[in-house]
Design a protein around this ligand. Sequence first.
Ligand code: LHQ
Length: 261
Amino acid sequence: MPMTILVEKHQGYRQISLNRPDRLNALNAEMHRALIAALSEAEADAECRAILVTGAGRAFCAGQDLADVAVKDDGPPDLKEVLERYNGLVRKLRALAMPVVCAVNGVAAGAGANLALACDIVLAAKSANFIQAFARIGLIPDCGGTWFLPRLVGAARARALAILAEPVAAERAAEWGLIWQAVDDDRLMAEAHALAARLARQATIGIALAKRAFDAAETNTLDTQLDLERDLQDEAGHTPDYAEGVRAFLERRAANFTGRR
Ligand code: LHQ
């Protein structure tokens, strides 16, 4: 069977590529399994301190493989079961104790768009676009779309994107705050690798704790969040990377972070 997910190991980080280019990297059950396995293996590797996710071929990801969820003569498929797989992926991406860079190399549609938004830093090729395609087939944004979109671009744009299902080009997506940056197509992978390599040399535990703080902030009051920041900062303050960071600052040299506890 062809590999639906490709993993490349680099110094300090891994590139994970969605690899069904003839289907625009639409996700099927096997691809979900392979993607979860690739993320778990990266997590288990102490040398891996960042992940770069991208798509093979001309697209990033066209969302769910619709051929696998078509309504058959015996009735509709169990979308709850399919969505559980996506939910597992989104939860895993958010909980990974390292930064996840997404390089959106082409169209990101449906669940493909929202999986990109679940990553920590999203770069996109200027020719790429994001489509909340769900309304075109009578569905609602999933994979956290109804949660991410209003938080990233505001309620008015979120609702219009979901209801109209119009493509948003990468540069506009960056202007709106949907993603971090739009990059010239021929620079995308070089920029994404440079970013992943840079993150792999940063204080990994601090970044992981910041991810936790941002996610918790979505439901916390300021009061609760201040307490959480105090506790997480205390945890960060006990890492060797904090000791090294301050030492390096005082000695006017670059810090040499290990990402270790
Ligand atoms: C595809 C797909 C695809 C299969 C392109 N499936 N083959 C979760 C769980 C449960 C239920 C359902 O939903 C979900 C979440 C979701 O993700 S729902 C949303 C699913 N995605 C979409 O609705 C997007 C469908 N794709 C498109 O609208 C277009 O392909 C886009 C706009 C992404 C790209 O358009 P083009 O650049 O014109 O490419 P194309 O349409 O010609 O596609 C190329 C091939 O890829 C083509 O096959 P072919 O044999 O003709 O070359 C497509 O059929 C195939 N493909 N997306 N999701």
